[in-house]
Design a binder for this molecule. Structure first.
Ligand SMILES: Nc1nc2c(ncn2[C@@H]2O[C@H](COP(=O)(O)OP(=O)(O)O)[C@@H](O)[C@H]2O)c(=O)[nH]1
Ligand SMILES: [Mg+2]
Length: 327
């Protein structure tokens, strides 16, 4: 039976052949596994790829497990947001500015060598930011791509003081495209094709305090203004930072919902965090599945409602709504 291999698979296989480190080999083996057509004719090949993956992973573990093959940051808070960008754009300084982190910032490239998660307080919740090493055609860590695929939202940090700003972004975007990651302006509704990711991305145009910045911002808007929402900021002066924090929250597409019991004040300290578009019933289920089953109706407080307005279980929730569920 013919295997009918696709160009994507052949490309991954070619890259696997050229790969020098086990990390790279593993990455391409995994890509081969996701791109290989799944039918009887490729059963043997699939098994062979899996065997090679297992062998590689085992070999790495034997080395003492110090050198991790894949990196993962456990999600915390209302969502995980990854920062990415060329060297010296100010990724780390931006993380330090909006969180309590004090990661190393340097005026030389590749100061950041590992991923660094930190929590950003936003009003009454916390959002996780993940700082990463730079992505540059001459050098980047392949595992950063894995982190980007996993994050809820990405922030692309551009350096307005750098005359190569457009080239740097183009290079980064094409590195990600090679890694089957497409950056998008909005969340896309359709299901992604296996092996490919689309990542909602905000463009932070940093270093607005530098003299040439305004000029570069105009150029940036001209070339990338349609592709991304652009947020001009400065970590030096704080310009645009609070609007940017708000935008991070808004773009996570989550809502905060507070619950109350009849006759008591709402619990404003501990919002439930749900995906936008969820209903009263989803909230009830989140609290306890019996509650979802037994609820008769709910009362709602919030913008557009009169206090305690009754709503049924299918009612969609909005950010900062207060809900009282009646069994
Ligand atoms: N003038 C100015 N310098 C900045 C700003 N943000 C970062 N920098 C500087 O740019 C350099 C690189 O910053 P860093 O956060 O290490 O960049 P990273 O490589 O992207 O993580 C450091 O010297 C920072 O102090 C900013 O808004 N304005
Ligand atoms: Mg850094």
């Amino acid at each position: 039976m013919s295997a009918n291999l696709t160009p994507e698979y052949r490309n991954a296989e070619e890259k696997y052949r050229q790969a020098k480190t086990s990390e790279e080999k593993l990455e391409y083996l995994e890509l081969m596994l996701t791109t290989i057509p799944k039918h009887k004719g490729t059963d043997k090949m699939q098994a062979d790829i899996k065997r090679r993956i297992a062998k590689l992973k085992k070999g790495e573990l034997k080395k003492g497990g110090k050198r991790q093959l894949s990196y993962h940051v456990e999600k915390q808070g209302a969502g995980q947001v990854i920062l990415m960008g060329p060297p010296n754009a100010g990724k780390t300084r931006l993380v330090n500015t909006v969180t309590n982190a004090q990661f190393n910032v340097g005026d030389y490239p590749f100061t950041t060598r590992i991923m660094q998660p930190a929590m950003m307080p936003f009003e009454d919740i916390q959002i996780q930011l993940v700082d990463t090493p730079a992505i540059h055609p001459d050098y980047y860590e392949r595992w950063v791509l894995g982190l980007i695929r996993n994050a809820d939202v990405a922030i692309l940090v551009a350096d307005l003081s750098n005359p190569d700003i457009l080239d740097n972004l183009d290079n980064l975007i094409s590195i990600l495209e090679d890694g089957r990651i497409t950056l998008t302006r909005e969340f896309l509704k359709e299901k992604p094709v296996p092996g490919f990711s689309k990542k909602k991305t905000l463009l932070a145009a940093n270093k607005m305090d530098i003299e040439i910045a305004g000029e570069h911002l105009e150029i940036l808007k001209e070339f990338f203004g349609e592709k991304f929402k652009i947020f001009p900021i400065s970590c030096e002066t704080g310009e645009g930072i609070s609007e940017f924090k708000r935008a991070i929250f808004d773009n996570l597409d989550v809502i905060r919902v507070y619950t109350k019991t009849p006759g008591r004040k709402p619990d404003v300290k501990h919002p439930f965090i749900l995906k936008a578009g969820k209903t009263v019933e989803d909230l009830a289920y989140h609290i306890h599945k019996d509650l979802a089953r037994n609820m008769r109706f709910a009362r709602i407080w919030g913008k557009g409602y009169y206090d305690g307005q009754p709503v049924d279980q299918h009612h969609p929730l909005q950010d900062e709504a207060v809900i009282e569920i009646h069994e």
